[in-house]
Write a protein that binds this ligand. Structure first.
Ligand SMILES: *Cc1c(COP(=O)(O)O)cnc(C)c1O
Length: 365
């Protein structure tokens, strides 16, 4: 049996008729950009997460870029971000000219609040928290730190649609929350898409203007903007999937529990989330000192896995200009060398999962 790291066709098949009906309706409507499907999705998604406003944009990266820009950050400003995040978060910071300040992750793959004070400077303006792999970051200490120092808080929720801490959803804690609807995400579309959730109506208005050439009114441009919109087809299909998001996340929790119950190999360290968090398992990431050998072993048995991420942003070629050396963020770098993401997708069968578990349990060095 061949098992892929992700299968987006399975999630489509789960609610095929509903997607097809919605797509046909939109195709026949003659309205494809900035119409009522987007308005309906924005309203439903903001209500689902528990934030006042949603602005649909073209991708998760654009959500991040637009957020830092519209929050008014620029050259000379610093944003604290965890060093093991997906590089899009860092690009969101640097796009407006601001500088990333990397924090080490804790043993749960999240931003370690114990390191925050030491990273504070007179230029610090914001903290970016990523709920990586769908594992919810506890927010108490981070909120206290941001409030205490007058910092903006932005959440990267691209892997955490529906995750929660003590019942409050990821994306509802800060000044802005950025989401991606890339097809493999928990709330995945059928192409690229993203959104920002915000608390402040004026910030929402600036973002709405920016995403459409900087115009709130057609052809009256108040700023130099972008073309970054969530189109009607994506918005309509995402509204369909949003209705099923809780059940899709429940299924991922069942899959995660089955991995946790079935994997018995002392060479592997399984993810162990905190009890006060609801996690949505965008990825199921284990750690293994012999990670590369493990990945090759699984591959030979037909089990495809991924590494999120093999090179931390501070060591990537893109950020060479920051001048950071290997060894400067040992915890994040150790994760890059040891993490492995198992196959995880809605519609994964028990037989497929058993095959992955058997292969993992057969691994030795
Ligand atoms: C996917 C992802 C993004 C970027 O989203 P795109 O829609 O692919 O641009 C940003 N941050 C994280 C954590 C992601 O997983």
């Amino acid at each position: 049996m061949e098992i892929f790291a992700a299968r987006v066709d399975r999630a489509y098949a789960l609610h095929e008729k509903e997607y097809e009906q919605k797509a046909l309706e939109i195709l026949r409507s003659g309205s494809y950009i900035l119409g009522r499907e987007l308005a309906a999705f924005e309203e439903a998604f903001a209500a689902y997460i528990g934030m006042p406003f949603c602005v649909g944009v073209a991708s998760g990266l654009d959500a991040l870029r637009i957020t830092f820009r519209m929050l008014g950050l620029g050259p000379g400003d610093e944003v604290i971000v965890q060093a093991n995040t997906f590089i899009a978060g860092v690009m969101g910071i640097t796009d407006c000219g601001a500088s990333p300040v990397f924090a080490e992750p804790d043993e749960y793959f999240g931003l370690d609040p114990r390191g925050l004070e030491g990273l504070l400077t007179s230029r610090t303006r914001a903290v970016l928290v990523t709920h990586l792999y769908g594992l919810m970051t506890p927010m108490e200490e981070i909120l206290r730190f941001c409030k205490g120092h007058g910092l903006l808080l932005v959440e990267d929720c691209a892997q955490a649609h529906g995750a929660a801490w003590r019942g409050q959803k990821a994306g509802s804690f800060g000044d802005a929350a950025c989401f991606s609807f890339y097809p493999t995400k928990n709330l995945g579309g059928f192409g690229d898409g993203g959104a920002v959730l915000v608390r402040d109506a004026a910030l929402r208005d600036r973002m709405r203007a920016f995403r459409s050439y900087g115009s709130e009114k057609k052809y009256y441009n108040c700023m130099i903007g972008a073309n970054s919109r969530l189109d009607e087809l994506q918005a309509g299909l995402l509204s369909v999937r949003l209705r099923h998001l809780d059940e899709l996340n429940t299924e991922r929790n069942v899959l995660a529990e089955r991995y946790a119950g079935g994997i018995r190999n002392p060479l592997l360290t399984l993810p162990a989330p905190r009890p006060e968090t609801y996690n949505v398992w965008h990825q199921y990431v284990l750690r293994c000192p012999a990670r590369d050998a493990l990945q090759a072993f699984l591959e030979a048995r037909g089990v495809r896995t991924l590494i999120h991420y093999p090179i931390p942003p501070h060591l990537s070629e893109a950020y060479r200009y920051l001048g950071m050396k290997p060894g400067s963020l040992p915890a994040a770098e150790r994760l890059s060398d040891t993490v492995l993401s198992l196959p995880m997708y809605n519609g994964m069968t028990e037989a497929e999962q058993a095959c992955v578990i058997d292969a993992l349990n057969a691994f030795s060095v």
